[in-house]
Design a protein around this ligand. Structure first.
Ligand code: IMP
Ligand code: MG
Length: 177
């Protein structure tokens, strides 16, 4: 385990099982719907590509860059930077690493509906239900985590730790110093 972590919350093996379960469920539910997967960068990497290996139906992929976090605090102000995919007439599946307050997914869901998406479905690897401010439950969730700041497998603290193959709780000394 990385020295900056207090404990591992989700092991690499557990993550693989979550990816398989989600990918297979989406393949069943979206058969014949040609869904458009839209990953929220950068947290959707490596979750989206790994999960997509289990999606064996026709689909397309795209991305948006969204941000609301500075350090370990959400600013509550969701911003989309640059490229916005064409979602008109599509069944969109938004893919993100984690849902906390729900503000990011809600802001992006609304944007895509305004821009003509037929349906918008949320898919996240992790859910922190205690942090929720907006009443939203993603259709696809890998697992639940308590209200602690986690990093790894796409989740960052000031851009670090996204490359870890597992997810763990960051030691408080790291972000309090
Ligand atoms: P929400 O808008 O509060 O639901 O926040 C979602 C975004 O906050 C995610 O896309 C993450 O980038 C970030 N986030 C929330 N919790 C954590 C965490 O524990 N570690 C790292 N990033 C987090
Ligand atoms: Mg993110």
């Amino acid at each position: 385990m990385h020295n900056d972590l207090k404990k591992i919350s989700v092991s690499a093996e557990e993550i693989s099982a979550m990816n398989k379960r989600i990918g297979e469920a989406i393949s069943r539910d979206f058969k014949d719907k040609n869904p458009l997967f839209i990953g929220l960068l950068k947290g959707c990497i490596p979750f989206m590509p790994d999960m997509l290996k289990y999606v064996l139906i026709p689909c397309t992929i795209d991305y948006v860059r969204a941000s609301s976090y500075e350090g370990t605090k959400t600013t509550g102000d969701v911003r989309i930077h640059g490229h916005i995919p064409n979602v008109e007439g599509r069944h969109v599946i938004i893919v993100d690493d984690i849902i906390d307050t729900g503000r990011t997914l809600e802001a992006i869901r609304r944007l895509f509906l305004e821009r003509g998406a037929l349906t918008v479905t949320n898919c996240v690897l992790l859910d922190k239900p205690e942090g929720r401010v907006i009443d939203i439950t993603p259709a696809y969730v890998g697992g639940l985590v308590p209200n602690e700041f986690v990093v790894g497998y796409g989740l960052d603290y000031n851009e670090r730790y996204r490359n870890l193959p597992y997810i763990g709780v960051l030691r408080e000394e790291i972000y309090k110093k």
